[in-house]
Design a protein around this ligand. Structure first.
Ligand SMILES: Cc1cc2nc3c(=O)[nH]c(=O)nc-3n(C[C@H](O)[C@H](O)[C@H](O)COP(=O)(O)O)c2cc1C
Length: 302
């Protein structure tokens, strides 16, 4: 899957169809975060490259739910992929309103909603939700109720917390169908010539290769200690720093059932194809099915 916010809203990814490799190797398209009202996002500069990834503070810039449903979603439907809409809001009630708005206007184009309770870049809500288990449970319940069980609900968790299993369990208590992890890790960068922070928002979220071990450990932890994850009633989408097919396999072996890719795709538009074909070759070489590999590291270690 694409990782939310990294593959455009205006058909950017489809422009790469010419290479015949991009959409063919994706299992689903996850949209940029959508909010009820349009958002201008944070002040520039909003993206900084680091030695091992990037830090962004986009601040959920988007055209709002109305334009999304009227213009962007129909365009994305042309990709021919299951569409998962990443949603953000400033309160529990607003999450409910947004989910209801999307559901009421959806003509069958949306397959699932990914609830972003983990954005580090907005002042109201965002990550503050994701670190409060009571709120996580309430948001998931509210979204599920507002959509009448019509969609697969994925809850996206923040790594900026001591124990990720706490919000994970709360999302499950609220009725999430799946979990995705991780969102970005809080970070910053300073321009030593101006002696000022590089990002307009001062701090942002780190993504890319630097965060892979963090995401991997969190998937491992949830799979190991949460029964619903372990028996895959609540599957995990592993996200964070996946750059090569080996990274994707590590996530699968730690317990992920699917993977999401963001920053790597900024660098190499062939990344989806390379990861999919690399994994297939590994399975063939070692005579495994992907099913057999999900969480295998737990079984090997007893
Ligand atoms: C520019 C940018 C925008 C993002 N926007 C969103 C967003 O709108 N909603 C969300 O849940 N995550 C968002 N993310 C987080 C990614 O979906 C992903 O969780 C994170 O980047 C880690 O994956 P990666 O290392 O493969 O990029 C964004 C990431 C980047 C780099």
């Amino acid at each position: 899957m694409t990782a939310s916010g990294t593959s455009g809203t205006k058909g950017e990814i489809e422009n790469l169809r010419r290479s015949e490799r991009v959409l063919d190797h994706l299992g689903a398209f996850v949209t940029k975060g959508v909010t009820l009202e349009p958002r201008l996002g944070n002040p520039q500069q909003r993206l900084v490259e680091t030695r091992t990834g990037c830090i962004n503070s986009i601040g959920l810039q988007n055209s709002g739910a109305k334009v999304f449903m009227a213009e962007e979603l129909p365009r994305m439907a042309a990709y021919g992929l299951p569409l998962i809409v990443n949603i953000s809001a400033g309160s529990v009630e607003e999450f409910g309103q947004l989910a209801a708005f999307l559901s009421e206007r959806d003509t069958g184009l949306i397959s699932g909603l990914e609830i972003n309770v983990s954005c580090p870049n907005i002042r109201e809500g965002g990550m503050a939700f994701g670190t409060n288990p009571k709120l996580v449970e309430k948001i998931v319940k509210t979204v599920r109720k507002a959509t009448g069980g019509r969609y697969v609900i994925i809850t996206k968790l923040t790594p900026n917390i001591t124990d990720i299993t706490v919000p994970a369990r709360a999302a499950i208590a609220g009725g999430t169908d799946a979990l995705s992890m991780i969102n970005t890790v809080r970070g910053m960068a300073i321009n030593i010539e101006t002696r000022k922070p590089l990002l307009g928002n001062v701090q942002g979220g780190l993504s890319g290769p630097a965060i892979k071990p963090i995401g991997l450990a969190m998937v491992y932890q949830c799979f190991k200690s949460i029964p619903e994850c372990n028996d895959r009633r609540v599957p995990i989408v592993g996200i964070g720093g996946i750059t090569y097919w080996q990274d994707a396999l590590e996530y699968i072996m730690a317990g992920a059932t699917a993977v999401g890719i963001g920053t790597a795709w900024f660098v190499d538009t062939d990344v989806f194809a390379e990861i999919a074909t690399g994994m297939q070759s590994y399975l063939k070489k070692h005579n495994f099915t992907i099913e057999q590999l999900i969480g295998i590291v737990h079984r090997v270690n007893g």
